[in-house]
Design a protein around this ligand. Structure first.
Ligand code: GCO
Length: 445
């Protein structure tokens, strides 16, 4: 069966539940010559950082092909499209707007609106202007204020064309992967830097959210966080404690300041030199109430106790995995949403990313990605289960509309429900994309 099946009484079968597809600027746009350099251009140009040595200079050539891509989005029958704005494409170093860059997005937003496709815009999906990184990037508190200024100017320029704004996509990735683990741009590698970047990103979110509520009161304004639920390898209290510590450090660190106005208690376990600089009033700014919370989910991680670091990930060698090596464990999707619902006063939730990298092959013009379709089937059922347990979820976006630049993996990992031939730029809807389309349209009968 090459279809998606859900119980007829599922919330996901209701017409007002929003289904969409998602992308991000650096991953699809190309046309680097018409924007300022960003930290990912610098990272790609650093030997050894990107697995296939690629970059985002062309990517999916979306800036030149946006009209065809809008038709592709429409052909999938989705209710909404999630995109991100390239900060270096719309602003110059002096803080003035790059009108050509702004006009690119205005024409895109207008075209989507004309087709009655809702627009979910993320203002920061990791492509920090390099000139800001040169001034310290997210280690510099001033960057939070530069971000708020960008949010102010771009939301006024878009003037009511946007149905939803998210300030940031996944501050965990920007801070931990970019400043602590060193595997994402800008490739810095110190615990203190990761925690300080996280704080300044959360501060940037709070400052920008207040501006968006003022400039765009009719749009849903919020934040997108990724969660990788942490499970204990055994019921041994040491393993359970390890999983809880990891959950604090990788997940709760970002949501608790935003929803509760405080860091997790494990903040106190940080060495003094690793604690971020926090100024009076910061947590009040960060916890500006959200209209919605975007949740990105892919997989889980299992942990065991570890004397040196407090927790150590366990490789689930026999578990089913995607092509990027992430365990396929849909129960964690249900568990995550139910646990967030139990821990916090959640605003309405949108699943802003869910999907899988698979080893796709284009054969005779067809990509028969039944493995990805099975992933979507299992995770939509898992989402249905969480909703039946009381979690309010109003929408779901497949990551991704099309294969694209997968950060440190370059173009080696394909997440799209549409296949991209990077030589010809030909788009081909995969079996999973056809099934996603057919399911979405079946709700309209
Ligand atoms: C993320 C990013 C996406 C990734 C996707 C697959 O969640 O990491 O938002 O840009 O491409 O998640 O890793």
């Amino acid at each position: 069966m090459k279809t998606i099946q859900l119980p007829k009484d599922s919330r996901l079968c209701q017409r007002d539940f929003i289904f969409g597809v998602a992308t991000a600027s650096f991953q699809i746009e190309g046309s680097a010559e018409s924007r300022l350099p960003c930290i990912w251009d610098t990272f790609c140009a650093t030997p050894g950082k990107i697995r296939d040595g690629s970059n985002g200079l062309v990517a999916c050539d979306h800036v030149n092909r946006w009209q065809d891509d809008v038709q592709l989005i429409q052909s999938l029958g989705v209710d909404a499209y999630r995109l991100s704005i390239s900060w270096p494409r719309v602003m110059y170093q002096d803080g003035s707007l790059n009108q050509a860059g702004v006009d690119f997005y205005i024409q895109l937003l207008d075209a989507l609106k004309a087709l009655k496709i809702k627009t979910f815009v993320t203002l920061y999906h990791w492509d920090l202007p390099q000139y800001i990184e040169d001034q310290g990037g997210w280690l510099n508190r001033q960057t939070a204020y530069l971000f708020a200024d960008y949010a102010d100017k771009i939301s006024r320029a878009f003037a009511g064309r946007v149905d939803s704004y998210a300030t940031l996509n996944e501050p965990f990735c920007s801070s931990y992967l970019g400043y602590e683990a060193g595997i994402h741009a800008p490739g810095k590698q110190q615990k203190a830097w990761g925690r300080q970047a996280a704080h300044h990103l959360l501060l940037a979110h709070g400052l920008a959210l207040k501006v968006l509520k003022k400039n765009s009161p009719d749009s849903l304004n919020g934040l997108v966080l990724n969660f990788t639920p942490c499970y204990a390898q055994t019921e041994d209290p040491a393993d359970v404690a390890a999983a809880q510590l990891a959950d604090d450090y990788f997940n709760q660190w970002y949501i608790k300041p935003v929803l509760d106005g405080e860091y997790p208690q494990s903040f106190a376990l940080l060495n003094e030199q690793d604690k971020p600089g926090i100024e009076p009033g910061d947590l009040a700014i960060i916890s500006e109430p959200l209209d919605f919370l975007g949740v990105n989910f892919y997989t889980r991680t299992v942990y065991q106790a570890c004397a040196e670091h407090g927790f150590a990930p366990v490789d689930m060698v026999d578990a089913p995995k995607t092509d990027i090596g992430w365990e396929i464990y849909p129960q964690a999707f249900t568990d995550l949403l139910v646990s967030l619902h139990q821990q916090y006063q959640l605003p309405p939730v949108y699943i802003t990313e869910n999907g899988a990298a698979m080893d796709d092959k284009l054969i005779g013009g067809v990509v028969n990605d039944e493995d990805r379709l099975a992933y979507y089937q299992a995770h939509l059922l898992a989402l249905d289960s969480a909703i039946r347990q009381g979690v309010r979820v109003d929408g779901y976006f497949a990551w991704s509309l099309m294969d694209n630049f997968e950060w440190a993996e370059g173009y080696l990992k394909r997440f799209g429900i549409v296949y991209v031939d990077y030589v010809t730029q030909q788009r081909t809807i995969k079996t999973s994309g056809l099934a996603y389309r057919d399911f979405i349209q079946s709700r309209r009968r």
